[in-house]
Design a protein around this ligand. Structure first.
Ligand code: BGC
Length: 693
C-alpha cells in the first residue's frame, strides 16, 4: 500500500456518496463512512436512498480503486433498527442477557438488510448521574450488569449470519461528566476507572467486540483522543485488544478546542500516538498524517498498526468476500420482531408502588379513563437514538387498550378540565406521563430531575378524585418523583418502551405479564443528592444516623436514595430464607463457594423475583464498595411455591486493582449479601484462604 492508501483506510467521513466523493474513492482515500445522525449531523431517514448510495459507493471502491478495498458502512443502531426495543436503560431493567442478545441480533438482521456493516453500540458507560441525558443509552450504574449486558449485545450484533461489527463506547469515564453536563470534563483516578468504569469495556473486548470508540471527554486533564495511557497502554497493550479504536464525531479535531493541540496537524499527531485508528469526520488524518509520517514526526509503524487493525476488522466482517449490500427491500417489523419487542418491553417495566390497584381485573365492566401525553403519540414512545424507527410502527396504548377494554375513554394530551370531568365519571384512571424522549440522549442533560412542569400537580388533582389511580411513568432516566408514590395507587415505570409500547403496557396492567423489571440505576431523593449510586465506598465516618442528625451526609435530608438500585415490586410478595454457604472458606487459587437462598412466593399470584448477590471485601489495599453487585438469578415462582437461588462465587468475584494498579485477590474476610435490592438482604461471611504449602 502507498502511504496515502494507508491513510485512506483511517479516514471516515460522514454520508459518503457516489457523486461528490467519487474521485476520493477511486484514489483509495476513504476507508469507511457513517450514515450519520444525532445532534452532530443531518438525519438520513430515507433508507432506500441509503441502500442505493452504499451500493454505488462500494462499487467505486471495489471496482475502480487500485487496491479494491471495500468500505465499511456504519450507523448508530442503538436499541433496534426498524423494530425499536426499549431504550438500553429499559432493557437493562430486565436484567436478562438472553433478551439483550436477541434484541441485538434482530437489530443486526434488519440493519444488515439496509447495507449497514457496523453499529456504534453497545454504550456501556457506567452511568451514575441521571442529569446526564446519555444514561438512557446505557445499561446503568453497576459494572457487573453493564459488563454482562454489554457482552451479550456484542454477541448479538456480531454472531449471526447477517451480523454487524459492534463498537463498545464511549471509552472511558464519560458517565462522570461534571454536573451531568454532556461533554464536560471528567476528574477520576485510574483506580476508580479500573475498578468501575473499565470493567464493562474489558468484558466487551473479551466478548470480541470489533471496535471501541473514544469518549469526547478529557480524563483528569488528558482528552481521551490524546490519551495514550488509557488507549494504547491499557486497552491495546495490557488487554491485547486487536480491534479498531475509532474517534467519536470530530473528536480528533476537538483536541484543538480542548486546548491541547494548536491545530489539526498537531491533533492528528497526538491522536495516532495515543492509539486512535480511525478519524471519524474531523479530516485531521486525511490532511496531515502522510506528511507527519514522511517527516518522521510520527513513527510509520503507528500508522501501519492502525491500518492492520482496520483491514483485520474488514477481513473478519467478511466484506472482502461480500462487499455489496443484499438486494433486499426495507424491512418493516414482522410478527416475530414484534413478539420480541413486546417481551422486551414487558420485561423492562418496573413496578414502583402498588396499593392493591394492579393488576386491573380484565373481566371488569368498569369505566377506565386512559389519559396523558403518551396515550397516542407513537414517536414519544420510541426513545432517543431511533434513526430508523417510525412513529407509525408503534402500537400505542390508546390502540392496545381500546382492543382490550369495553368501557374505555381516551383523553390524549395534557391534563385539562375535560380530563378532570372524565375522571369524575370513571371508575379507574390510568395516567400516562413523564418526559419526552427529546429530554434524554446526547446533548440533553437537565439540571432538575423533576417531572415535566405541571405533571405532579396533575397527579395530585387526579388523586383527589378518589378513584383508583395508576400512573405509568415514561422516562429516559431516573427522575426526582417527589411524592408521586404517595398520591398514586400504583406507579409503573415504563421507560421509553419502543414499538410494542401499547400491547406490553396492556399485558402488564391487565396482569397477563406481571411487571418484573428491577432498577438498573438508583432513583435519588433530589438533585442535591447526586451522585447517589449503589457502589458507595466506606468512609472513616460512616453515613448513618447520629444524634439529632437523621442520617449522616446531610443535616436537612435523609441520605438514602428514594428508590435503591435493584428495586422493583411484583404483583405478589416474596420471603427470603436464611443464607447458606457450601463452605466458610474458599481457597484463593481455584476455589469456589456456593451461596444459596430459598425464596418463597407468599402472595396470591405468580411472579418473578430477581435475587441479587452483592459482595464486599472487608479489608483490602484500597477502599472497596460497601456492597457491589456480583450476580443475580431470576426465579419464576407460582403462588405459594418456593425456589432456590444458587450462586457460585470464585475468588475473581472479589478481585480488584490495588494502589499500584495491579489486579489482586486478597486473603481474608468477605461478606455476601443476598436480597431483593441494594438496600436490603441476608448476610453471611466467609474467608479467602491461601493454600497451605
Ligand atoms: C456520539 C456517538 C455516536 C456518533 C456517531 C456522536 O455524537 O457521541 O455516540 O456514535 O456521534 O453518530
Amino acid at each position: 500500500m502507498t502511504l496515502s492508501e494507508k491513510v485512506g483506510q483511517t479516514n471516515q467521513p460522514a454520508n459518503v456518496d457516489a457523486v461528490g466523493d467519487a474521485e476520493t474513492l477511486r484514489l483509495g482515500l476513504i476507508g469507511s463512512s457513517l450514515y450519520a445522525s444525532g445532534p452532530t449531523a443531518g438525519n438520513i431517514k430515507d433508507r432506500g436512498l441509503m441502500l442505493s448510495t452504499i451500493e454505488a459507493v462500494q462499487r467505486i471502491a471495489v471496482e475502480e480503486s487500485r487496491l479494491g478495498i471495500p468500505l465499511l458502512f456504519a450507523r448508530d443502531v442503538i436499541h433496534g433498527h426498524r423494530t425499536i426495543f426499549p431504550i438500553p436503560l429499559g432493557l437493562a431493567a430486565a436484567w436478562d442477557e438472553d433478551l439483550v442478545e436477541r434484541a441485538a441480533r434482530m437489530a443486526a438482521d434488519e440493519a444488515a438488510a439496509n447495507g449497514i456493516a457496523w453499529t456504534f453500540a453497545p454504550m456501556i458507560d457506567i452511568s451514575e448521574d441521571p442529569r446526564w441525558g446519555r444514561v438512557a443509552e446505557s445499561f446503568g450504574e453497576a459494572p457487573a450488569l453493564a459488563s454482562r449486558l454489554g457482552a451479550a449485545a456484542v454477541r448479538g450484533f456480531q454472531e449471526s449470519a447477517s451480523s454487524l461489527a459492534s463498537c463498545a463506547k464511549h471509552y472511558v469515564g464519560y458517565g462522570l461528566v461534571r454536573g451531568g453536563r454532556d461533554y464536560d470534563s471528567v476528574s477520576v483516578g485510574e483506580n476508580t476507572l479500573r475498578n468501575l468504569h473499565l470493567r464493562p469495556f474489558r468484558a466487551a473486548v473479551e466478548a470480541g467486540c470489533a471496535a471501541v470508540m473514544a469518549a469526547f471527554v478529557d480524563v483528569d486533564g488528558v482528552p481521551m483522543h490524546a490519551n495514550r495511557r488509557l488507549l494504547r497502554e491499557i486497552l491495546k497493550q495490557e488487554w491485547g485488544f486487536d480491534g479498531v479504536v475509532v474517534s467519536d464525531w470530530r473528536g480528533i479535531g476537538e483536541l484543538v478546542e480542548h486546548g491541547v493541540a494548536a491545530d489539526l496537524r498537531e491533533a492528528a499527531a497526538q491522536a495516532i500516538r495515543a492509539g486512535i485508528d480511525i478519524d471519524m469526520v474531523s479530516g485531521a488524518y486525511a490532511a496531515h498524517l502522510a506528511e507527519l509520517v514522511e517527516s518522521g514526526e510520527v513513527d510509520a509503524e503507528l500508522l501501519d498498526d492502525a491500518v492492520r487493525r482496520i483491514l483485520r476488522m474488514k477481513l473478519r466482517r467478511g466484506v472482502f468476500e461480500q462487499p455489496y449490500p443484499p438486494r433486499s427491500t426495507d424491512r418493516a417489523p414482522t410478527s416475530a420482531s414484534r413478539t420480541l419487542a413486546r417481551l422486551a418491553a414487558t420485561s423492562s417495566f418496573v413496578l414502583l408502588s402498588n396499593r392493591d390497584v394492579l393488576p386491573l381485573n380484565p373481566s371488569t365492566r368498569s369505566r377506565v379513563l386512559l389519559t396523558g401525553p403518551f396515550v397516542d403519540n407513537g414517536e414519544a414512545l420510541l426513545g432517543t437514538w431511533t434513526l430508523d424507527g417510525r412513529g407509525e410502527d408503534v402500537v400505542t396504548p390508546a390502540t392496545a387498550f381500546t382492543e382490550r377494554l369495553d368501557n374505555l375513554t381516551v383523553d390524549d394530551g395534557r391534563l385539562s378540565d375535560r380530563t378532570l370531568k372524565l375522571g369524575r365519571q370513571a371508575d379507574v384512571i390510568i395516567s400516562l406521563l413523564g418526559e419526552h424522549p427529546s429530554r434524554s440522549g446526547e446533548a440533553s442533560s437537565i439540571s432538575k430531575l423533576d417531572l415535566p412542569v405541571g405533571q405532579l400537580d396533575g397527579v395530585r388533582q387526579l388523586a383527589a378524585l378518589g378513584k383508583p389511580l395508576i400512573v405509568v411513568l415514561f422516562t429516559g432516566r431516573p427522575l426526582d418523583i417527589g411524592d408521586l408514590l404517595e398520591h398514586a395507587g400504583a406507579v409503573l415505570l415504563a421507560w421509553h418502551p419502543g414499538i410494542e409500547a401499547g400491547p406490553a403496557l396492556a399485558d402488564a396492567i391487565l396482569g397477563k405479564v406481571p411487571p418484573r423489571g428491577r432498577l438498573p440505576m438508583t432513583f435519588p431523593r433530589s438533585v442535591g443528592h447526586l451522585p447517589s449510586s449503589s457502589h458507595q465506598r466506606p468512609t472513616g465516618r460512616p453515613l448513618e444516623a447520629r444524634g439529632d442528625v437523621p442520617s449522616g451526609g446531610y443535616i436537612d435530608a435523609l441520605a438514602q436514595p428514594r428508590l435503591p438500585f435493584g428495586f422493583g415490586l411484583s404483583y405478589t410478595t416474596f420471603r427470603y430464607g436464611a443464607i447458606r454457604l457450601s463452605a466458610n472458606e474458599m481457597p484463593l487459587v481455584g476455589g469456589s463457594i456456593r451461596i444459596s437462598v430459598d425464596v418463597t412466593n407468599t402472595g396470591p399470584r405468580p411472579g418473578r423475583e430477581v435475587v441479587q448477590l452483592y459482595l464486599r471485601d472487608l479489608v483490602a489495599d484500597v477502599t472497596r464498595p460497601l456492597r457491589q453487585l456480583a450476580d443475580w438469578r431470576a426465579l419464576d415462582l407460582e403462588a405459594g411455591s418456593r425456589g432456590t437461588a444458587t450462586f457460585v462465587v470464585t475468588p475473581d468475584d472479589l478481585g480488584y486493582y490495588d494502589r499500584t494498579m495491579t489486579y489482586r485477590v486478597d486473603p481474608g474476610e468477605a461478606e455476601a449479601i443476598v436480597g431483593a435490592n441494594a438496600a436490603q438482604g441476608v448476610t453471611a461471611r466467609f474467608s479467602l484462604k491461601e493454600e497451605a504449602r
